[in-house]
Write a protein that binds this ligand. Sequence first.
Ligand code: JFZ
Length: 430
Amino acid sequence: MKSKTFRETKKRRDKKMQDTKQQWFKEAKFGLFIHWGLYALLAGEYNGKKTDRIAEWIMNDLDIPAEEYEKLAAQFNPVEFDADGIVRKAKEWGMKYIVFTSKHHEGFAMWDSKCSDYNVVKATPYGRDIVRQFREACDRHGMKLGFYYSQAQDWHDPDGYMHRKDNSGKNYRAYLERKCFPQLRELLTEYGEVALIWFDTPMGTTREESQEMVDLVKRLQPNCIVSGRIGNGLGEYMTTGDNFIPRLPYEGDWEVPATLNDTWGFNKDDHNWKDAEEIIHLLVKINSRGGNYLLNIGPEASGHVPEESIKILDEVGKYVNENEEAIFGTKRVGIYAYELDWGMLTRKDHKLYVHVFKPRRRVELLNIGNRITGAYLVADKRPLEFETGATCEGCSSIEVEVPEEYFDRKNYSICLEMEEEEPIFEPIIG
Ligand code: JFZ
């Protein structure tokens, strides 16, 4: 009996410890994904042929032989690359973490890897370690840094998944021991504190092999988080399909990896950019359901970040900064009876944030049964007049007066202070 109680306490304590380690991730809400590798040189086109898929897949899509593709390295000289500039921007945009593609499916390492010369230091005229530059810039700006690492697909290593698009007759174990494990070890021992490893596409990786990867990560950096795409149910948070947003609030930690256009790696012909307003709404929607939004940029081969992405994110950043209190550190909101056509809700303990996306003179909410003790505009904390009451059919109603100079404005937020910790959503009754 005694030992059972002890075990239970220990289990609870372990769970709590894990939560603490991951607390930054729960609170982060907004991060920057960076897809950058040799594919940026092709920018979606090889020998006059264009890919109509995501640009970092061009080697696979257009059947470029590894012997040909690897020659790209000799052209990689990103003189415009400015790690500090990118990290500064991410900080300005209100992002709390960066995930950089240390090695994508193409197999090329963006750092000075000791176990494969197919890397940015040894195989390019540029000769400088990109991962290290991100590390140093992130340290300077107090930004968390995680690494995307394609653990299974490696189109350069003959034993990696999908090399020559063929998985037969391979010695995956040999690849793991020769490249995957040693490279992970390098990333986790030579590049400071790694916030997370963003594993991707496990393919045929067995549970034992995934477990070996997790153990390796945890042995070297116990606080490093492992993404869901490690596979075999071993991840510490869930990543949705790219650009997929769960309809319902999802319990547990999760993240939506997403693009600003329709590609991760740079594609010169992809101009299908979402606008800033759409991105703001997606961010708030994801936050409202409890997730983080990991939004991608795909730098050009020169290192230059496409103007369009900067322009969109500068505008998104304005919203995030002004309304930071209503984004960073918020928690999943339960199911509210109504789908608002003008806004969305996020929350913290004792605070319900109303994000207003369309101009209006007053903000009205029905079927929220809390005792409201105050209301203020998040941007400048000015108090707002409000009234609470009941509808003719007996549901709770709250009405907040919008300040006059905000009548024509959209994209701002209001905080409702609640006596209770969480919002009380009343069901619709007829
Ligand atoms: C993967 C990569 O293949 C792709 O190049 C990019 O890096 C992206 C972020 O991740 O693509 C996936 C992997 C998993 C899903 C969708 C796209 N999924 O589970 O839906």
